[in-house]
Write a protein that binds this ligand. Structure first.
Ligand code: MN
Length: 202
């Protein structure tokens, strides 16, 4: 596959006041871009160059650290950007809401569980809402790993991703990761999450 660095789907200040424009600019234009270019450098001329990210992640235990960390970083941030939007917040609706209520009891309980997964992820990583065996589940991964990787403790199809690396919040929230996570829920684009849910459910 030939990989491309995608446009951010909204402006840097679109998620204010929950996520500040300067953080978004550095996060997208420095951190995400660096993962992308290091990933494409790492696979150049190898047999991974014509594989999809999903195929690479399914056998990531056999790949180099550069491919694992930067390929994960490339993918995870695309999902993260597309988990948020300027009209975000509120609760899921439709069939996603039904599945959330069935798996967690309520949208608030899902938010509590995922917030806790992000807050207690030691060091850097991501919290995820995934589809696993046709059901919703919350999990988290260290560093730039994700639930598509064969090294993940809990594997599944990610439909919502929360970046809890310090670079995602430190300028505005400093050490207060739980405050960042609470604010982040106001950015979540549930329509986008619902589309990924429908796709994952086939
Ligand atoms: Mn990040």
């Amino acid at each position: 596959m030939s990989f491309e660095f995608p446009e951010l789907p909204y402006s840097f200040d679109a998620l204010e006041p929950h996520i500040d424009a300067r953080t978004m600019e550095i996060h997208y234009d420095k951190h995400h871009r660096a993962y992308f270019s290091k990933f494409t450098d790492a696979i150049k001329g190898t047999d991974l160059a014509d594989k999809s990210l999903e195929d690479i992640f399914a056998k990531i235990s056999g790949a180099s650290g550069a491919v694992r960390n930067n390929g994960g970083g490339f993918y995870n941030h695309i999902l993260f950007w597309n988990s948020m939007g300027p009209d975000g917040g509120g609760d899921p609706s439709g069939s996603l809401a039904t599945a959330v209520n069935s798996a967690f009891g309520s949208a608030d309980k899902l938010k509590d569980e995922m917030s806790n997964a992000g807050a207690t992820r030691f060091g850097s990583g991501f919290a995820w809402l995934i589809v696993k065996d046709g059901k919703l589940a919350v999990t988290s991964t260290p560093n730039q790993d994700n639930p598509l990787m064969d090294v993940a403790e809990v594997r599944g199809e990610p439909i919502l991703g929360l970046d809890v690396w310090e670079h995602a919040y430190y300028l505005k929230y400093q050490n207060r990761r739980p405050d960042y996570i609470q604010a982040w829920w106001n950015t979540v684009d549930w329509n986008a999450v619902a589309k990924r849910f429908e796709k994952a459910m086939g």
